[in-house]
Design a protein around this ligand. Structure first.
Ligand code: B12
Length: 356
């Protein structure tokens, strides 16, 4: 299985991936030393703290870099750089650190790789550097289908920003009373509101605490709505729903899980950041018809790919159907087609017809 097609550069080979994974700490040290040489003023401040911050930033860049190289998708790293640029600019932080770091990473990484792998590494890092150099605007994060968005979304978003749980919940209850189905409330009000919350955080207009509060309010509102939902008779089918290793975004998966359950399926919801080995064990135990996996950030695709390869190798003919979704696919639609899974859906509404 591969998530590469012939029209893109040749992906990083598996030896190249292992080499870079093993060299990550050495590369981080070399890049940090190089950065200190370029900016001797770092020695005067609090050099230990600056080193720790550099290492954390480099780890973050590295995850996106590897995914972009393995999938041979320079645009993935360009999008990451565009996103990072807006986050830094909106906080009045300098762009010099990532620009210098990307340049230094390019030197260190190319040294580690074979000539074949150097091409994709250079293409990916150049795409990132280009995003900083050009006056390109910030990354546009995927937006929900406007046809699904309901009028209550703006008021609901405002209630989330204000941390007004009572109003937010009563808006959801009101929509349900008017006859709107749970899936439509989820995809038409809560999802676009949470996307807007993400945009407000990215633009430094709300705090991380407000983002957490908005999530908690939405989780509660949806749990209340689910309790009142009308369920279809059991269809005698089982699904396991999990966020892949490293994915902490569980609200979308909850909507997917609720959609299956309302449609009469037996559902096991494993929630956020489930280790591959635990998903594997659960699949062995339950032998579900479907394994539904959620991926929010592009670098989580590597874990997904490994999981599917392991499951196929171990389960052969008794393999469940693999259904995937999440922001990483919505943002990079071509990946859904490249990853040979059984189905990919943009949202819970789009999945509905196939779970009935
Ligand atoms: C809340 C939130 C968080 C919470 C999540 C809490 C929780 N319990 O879920 C916390 C604080 C943990 C968090 C952390 C981070 N976040 Co965050 N987060 C968000 C936010 C604002 C909302 C997520 C959400 O609930 N969306 C609503 C749901 C309903 O939408 P959804 O997930 O897309 O799901 C729908 C579809 O995708 C699909 N779907 C989803 N899963 C599946 C599965 C299957 C099988 C199918 C068929 C379909 C499907 O159906 C769903 C329902 O219709 C988003 C903004 C956004 N645009 O989503 C940012 C966002 C995703 N986060 C972002 C970032 C950067 C991060 C962090 C890296 C931040 C940091 N500096 O630490 C970490 C990474 C954590 C990790 N390793 O996963 C960025 C990603 C940018 C990018 N490059 O793509 C976003 C886009 C914010 C932004 N605009 O900058 N985050």
């Amino acid at each position: 299985m591969s998530i590469h097609d012939a029209s893109s550069p040749v992906p990083l080979c598996s030896e190249g991936l292992v080499t870079l994974q093993r060299a990550e700490d050495d590369i981080a040290l070399e890049v940090t030393n190089g950065y200190f040489d370029m900016h001797p003023e770092c020695y005067k401040g609090d050099p230990d703290r600056i080193r720790i911050m550099c290492k954390a930033d480099l780890q973050h860049h590295f995850r996106f870099l590897l995914s972009a190289m393995v999938t041979a998708t320079p645009e993935m790293f360009r999008d990451y750089a565009l996103w990072l640029k807006e986050v830094l600019v909106s906080r009045n932080l300098s762009l010099q650190h990532p620009i210098d770091s990307f340049g230094l990473m390019k030197i260190s990484i190319l040294k580690c790789l074979s000539v074949n792998d150097q091409a994709v590494a250079a293409a990916v890092l150049d795409a990132g550097l280009q995003a900083f150099r050009n006056e390109e605007k910030a990354l546009t994060i995927f937006q929900p289908n406007p046809a699904n968005v309901l009028a209550a979304t703006t008021d609901y978003t405002n209630a989330l920003v204000a941390g007004d749980r009572k109003s937010a919940e009563s808006m959801i209850q009101q929509s349900l009373k008017q006859g709107t189905a749970l899936v439509d409330v989820s995809v038409g009000i809560v999802q676009p509101a949470m996307y807007e919350i993400g945009h407000l955080w990215q633009a430094n207009k709300i705090t991380v605490a407000q983002e957490h509060l908005a999530t908690a309010i939405s989780q509660n509102a949806l749990a209340r709505a689910f309790a009142a939902a009308e369920f279809t008779d059991p269809v005698n089918k089982r699904v396991i729903c999990a966020c892949v290793e490293g994915n902490h975004h569980s609200l979308g998966l909850r909507m997917i899980s609720d959609t299956y359950e309302v449609a009469g399926w037996d559902v096991t919801f494993l929630g956020a950041d489930t280790p591959n080995s635990s998903i594997h064990t659960q699949v062995d135990m339950e032998k579900p018809d479907v394994l539904a996996l959620s991926v929010s950030l592009p670098h989580q695709l590597l874990g997904l790919q490994q999981l599917i390869i392991q499951l196929r190798a171990d389960m052969g003919g008794s393999m469940p159907a693999i259904v995937v979704g999440g922001l990483a696919f919505n943002q990079n639609e071509h990946l859904g087609a490249r990853l040979k899974v059984d189905a990919w859906y943009q949202d819970a509404r789009a999945m509905l017809e196939d779970v009935k």
